[in-house]
Write a protein that binds this ligand. Structure first.
Ligand SMILES: O=C(O)[C@@H](CO)OP(=O)(O)O
Length: 249
């Protein structure tokens, strides 16, 4: 028995465009990001995909991307779940800072550790900071011990994988075709798990915005293969540009 799962990182956001650490900040898509989201829907349509259910985070850059995809597929009616567990990795006190200037100040190696290492946590947000998620009504039903003030990728994985095991995997095993629209790092956490990537391998993985990623899974839902619905060139260029966001400026 084999299964298929579609993953999609949201289109470019306004803060991606401005090269700012974003995390749980709820910024919208840029004009280019809106086009990328529609293009992702077109690519899925051209390839003949249909979905039974859709999952996304509680952040509008992903939600709006999902809306555009479902609009293009004329499937806006399917059940859709917004789950905080699929949110971007929380970037703590780095949120709102310019990535290039941060690299200039602390060094590119430190920024690479913050952005791509498995277990280095960025500086924490103070609980009194108005940006802390405990002040945001959308997280009112989340236990305070589960609300992060900053996350490493390991911390992100510790909330994404229980959600995968508890909610997504059972639906896939029940025969549902799912699309999961999420974020660069929440998807890196899921991909690390599905592909069995080591803590070192995950450092080099950069997921481009707006390019559908198709996973073929075996009966244990381990990845057999994956491919982007985009040319190798497009994927390589877009992934390199994500990696380059951490260069000193
Ligand atoms: O700022 C962020 O939240 C993420 C994704 O946009 O960036 P990075 O690629 O640096 O992890």
């Amino acid at each position: 028995m084999s299964f298929r799962l579609i993953l999609l990182r949201h289109g470019e956001s306004i803060w991606n465009q401005e090269n700012l650490f974003t995390g749980w900040t709820d910024v919208d898509l840029s004009e280019r990001g809106k086009e990328e989201a529609l293009r992702a829907g077109e690519r899925l349509k051209e390839a003949g995909f249909r979905f039974d259910e859709a999952y996304t985070s509680v952040l509008k850059r992903s939600i709006r991307t999902l809306w555009s995809v479902l609009d293009r597929l004329d499937q806006m009616w399917i059940p859709t779940v917004c789950a905080w567990q699929l949110n971007e990795r929380h970037y703590g006190a780095l949120q709102g800072l310019d990535k290039g200037q941060t690299a200039h100040k602390y060094g590119e190696d430190q920024v690479l550790l913050w952005r791509r290492s498995y277990d280095v946590r960025p500086p924490l947000l103070s609980p009194n900071d108005p940006r802390h998620p405990r002040h945001d009504p959308r997280y009112a039903s989340v236990a305070s011990k589960d609300l992060p003030a900053a996350e490493s990728l390991k911390d992100t994985l510790a909330r994404v994988i229980p959600y995968w095991e508890g909610e997504l995997a059972p639906r896939i095993l029940a025969g549902k075709q799912l699309i999961v629209v999420a974020h660069g790092n929440s998807l890196r956490a899921l991909v690390k798990y599905l592909d069995g990537l080591s803590d070192e391998e995950i450092v080099r993985l950069n997921i481009p915005t707006g390019m559908p990623l198709i996973y073929e899974l075996d009966s244990d839902l381990r990845a057999v293969s994956h491919r982007y619905l985009a040319s190798d060139d497009e994927v390589a260029r877009a992934s390199a540009s994500v990696a380059a966001q951490g260069r000193a400026r």
